[in-house]
Structures are given as structure tokens and as C-alpha cells.
Design a protein around this ligand. Structure first.
Ligand SMILES: NC(=O)c1ccc[n+]([C@@H]2O[C@H](COP(=O)([O-])OP(=O)(O)OC[C@H]3O[C@@H](n4cnc5c(N)ncnc54)[C@H](O)[C@@H]3O)[C@@H](O)[C@H]2O)c1
Length: 334
């Protein structure tokens, strides 16, 4: 299959490109920026990979490119991907315009299927007053965006459902959890600036996203499975894409009182290692299941964590808003 990946130079994009190439697809990356300074995705060779640089809000340029490329599918990842990393209106406008422009162009070009990246933050769990309706959190859980990034993803999911309703082509979305790339397992800083090991050592760091995460290669495998799925199983559907466990050395049941009190006593029923976010829908409907966890990628993390200094930081889940809290501190990634 020939797959266009937008945001191909990004954190998730590079792994999705590498994963799709490994699964035998031909890939064209579209991004405003050239591939990351350390080069294009692993496995990218001229026979199966090319990239074009453009601002994807330019609908005419995108139309011309898709007419020339005639791909079988589009995977849309390009976005302002970090809450509060730009003015709120800019995040809302950019992300919703990007998603609409790409979906509309894919529809006009007659591309068979388009998959768009949303985010678990649509649920609104960054607000201290938020409470889950039930655990684990699944796709049926009500959304309640609490900042422009989450709102942009909520709107984007509705845009995708509109195209699914009105177009003869297939449109769907997915909510990747906190993405961890191979380099980050190896010690590079994650999207929030700290390492994975630091996130495991200090539960307050992972608590802001309710301990969710996904290996970027597992997310790429999900994309491959989605691209091959029965259209009836994916058209208009949204899927959580996370690891099968929580990013925490201790069970969430032992951590929530101190670090994520919003979860409440329902968290006591989460089994040892069980994640707060359910991936049962993707498993049931698509047969996808992640194969990596922090336990396979950082086998010595448990011992390292036991010798780590005691945490002094505090989860944003435990705080009420105060003037000293920056937007970034209130923002949960993924
Ligand atoms: N990384 C995560 O943990 C995570 C979690 C949940 C959802 N997501 C979503 O997954 C997607 C990818 O995230 P990421 O972490 O790889 O982000 P990233 O910031 O690393 O990459 C985004 C890419 O989009 C490109 N881009 C932005 N605006 C563009 C434009 N107007 N035209 C062309 N290219 C443009 C950027 O140049 C960048 O390469 C985003 O939609 C993000 O919201 C990511």
C-alpha cells in the first residue's frame, strides 16, 4: 500500500514511517520541516520512501500533491502537539484547520482511507475537579476538554466522523497515549523533557497523564492493522492506542491516593499492572495488541527505581489551580 504520512518528521511520525516501511508499505512523508536532524526514519530508502515539505494548511498545494501521488491511504499526524506550546487560539485554529484540510483533500482525491491522530486529553483529566465515570477509561467515556489542545482534538474527532458520514471513503481516528520512541527508551528525553526512567522513578510525572503511554512502534503497528482492517470496523470509529500496562513500577491501585486522587476508589479494582486506559476496543475490533512495555524495554527499571531518591514533586492531579501554577504544569501530555 502507498501511504502518505503527515507530520512524518515528528516524534510519532518517524516511528510510524519506520513501522509502515517495515510492514512493506511505500511511504511518502509530508511535513513543513525536513526529517529530523538525525535523518529520516530507520529503513527509509529512496525506492520506498520520499518526503515533501509544505504547509499542510495550503489546500491547493495539498490537492496538487495528492493528485500526483495518488496514495491508497493518508495517516494524518501533523499538529501543534503540545498543550500550551503556542497561544490557545493558535493551537485550536491550527489543529482543526489542519485536520479539516487534510481530510477534505483526501476526500476530493478519492483516497480510500484516512486515519487522524487525536489524543486521550479529550477526556479532560487535567482538571482537578475531573472525575471518571468508570474505570478503565474507554472510548465510550464522556469527553470534557480542558484546554485548546484537547478541544482541537475533540473537534478533529467530530470532523472525522463528519467525513465518515458524508464521504464514500473511510475516515477514522485514534488516541495515542504518551508516545515513547526507541531513542527515548535508550535515554533520550521524552516529550516532557525528562527520561522514561525518571518518569518511572517519580510517579508524579506519569500521574498527570494517568500513567498512560505507548511504545511508538506499537502505535505504528496499530496504524498498519488499521490500514488493513475491514472498513466496517473502522469507518467513523475512534480507538485508544496505549500499552497493556501502566507506566508505573507500583500498581495504580497503590499510587492513586497520593498521585491521582481524581481516580477515586474505582482504581482499587484495577489489577496489578493494569492501565487506566482500556485498549479492549482495538483488540476486539481490530485484533491489535501492543507487544512492548516498559518491563520489556527497561528490564532493570524496577531495581533502578528502588534505589532512586525519594520524589519531592507533586502531581498536578492533587493541586487546585493557583496563580503560581504555569499552564505547562497544568497540561498533561497525551
Ligand atoms: N507524542 C505523543 O505523546 C502524542 C500523544 C497523543 C497524541 N499525539 C498526536 O500525535 C501526532 C504526532 O505527535 P508528535 O508527538 O509526533 O508531534 P511532533 O510535534 O513531534 O510532530 C508534529 C509534526 O507536524 C509538523 N507540522 C505541524 N504543523 C504543520 C503544518 N502546518 N504543515 C506541515 N507540517 C506541520 C511538524 O513540523 C512536526 O514535524 C499529533 O497530532 C499529536 O497531537 C501525540
Amino acid at each position: 500500500m502507498h501511504v502518505v504520512v503527515t507530520g512524518s518528521s515528528g516524534r510519532l511520525g518517524r516511528s510510524v514511517v519506520a513501522g509502515l516501511l517495515a510492514h512493506g508499505h511505500r511511504v511518502t512523508g509530508l511535513d513543513r520541516a525536513p526529517a529530523a536532524p538525525d535523518g529520516p526514519a530507520p529503513g527509509a530508502v529512496a525506492e520506498t520512501y520520499a518526503e515533501h515539505h509544505l504547509d499542510l494548511r495550503d489546500a491547493a498545494a495539498l490537492d496538487a500533491l495528492l493528485a500526483e501521488l495518488r496514495p491508497d491511504a493518508v495517516v494524518h499526524l501533523a499538529a501543534i502537539a503540545v498543550p500550551f506550546s503556542a497561544p490557545e487560539l493558535e493551537i485550536l485554529g491550527t489543529n482543526t484547520a489542519l485536520a479539516y484540510t487534510v481530510c477534505a483533500a483526501a476526500d476530493r482525491a478519492g483516497i480510500a482511507r484516512t486515519l487522524v491522530a487525536s489524543s486521550p486529553t479529550v477526556l479532560g483529566y487535567t482538571l482537578p475537579a475531573w472525575r471518571p465515570r468508570s474505570l478503565p477509561l474507554d472510548e465510550a467515556h464522556p469527553i470534557a476538554p480542558a484546554h485548546a489542545y484537547a478541544l482541537s482534538k475533540a473537534v478533529l474527532e467530530e470532523e472525522v466522523r463528519m467525513f465518515a458520514r458524508t464521504s464514500p471513503h473511510v475516515f477514522g481516528s485514534f488516541r495515542p497515549c504518551y508516545v515513547i520512541s526507541p531513542e527515548e527508551w535508550a535515554g533520550a528525553p521524552t516529550q516532557q523533557g525528562h527520561t522514561v526512567l525518571e518518569r518511572l522513578r517519580d510517579p508524579a510525572l506519569a500521574a498527570v497523564s494517568l500513567f498512560n503511554y505507548v511504545d511508538a512502534r506499537d502505535a505504528a503497528d496499530f496504524v498498519d492493522v488499521w490500514l488493513r482492517a475491514d472498513p466496517a470496523a473502522i469507518d467513523g470509529e475512534c480507538f485508544f492506542v496505549g500499552a497493556a500496562d501502566a507506566l508505573a513500577v507500583e500498581p495504580v491501585a497503590s499510587l492513586w491516593r497520593e498521585h491521582a486522587p481524581a481516580l477515586g476508589e474505582a482504581a482499587d479494582a484495577l489489577g496489578p499492572g493494569a492501565p487506566v486506559f482500556s485498549i479492549a476496543k482495538a483488540e476486539r475490533m481490530l485484533g491489535w495488541r501492543p507487544t512492548r512495555t516498559w518491563r520489556t524495554e527497561l528490564p532493570n527499571a524496577r531495581a533502578a527505581s528502588a534505589t532512586a531518591p525519594t520524589s519531592t514533586s507533586t502531581s498536578t492531579q492533587t493541586k487546585t489551580k493557583t496563580p503560581t501554577q504555569t499552564p505547562e504544569e497544568r497540561a498533561a501530555r497525551s
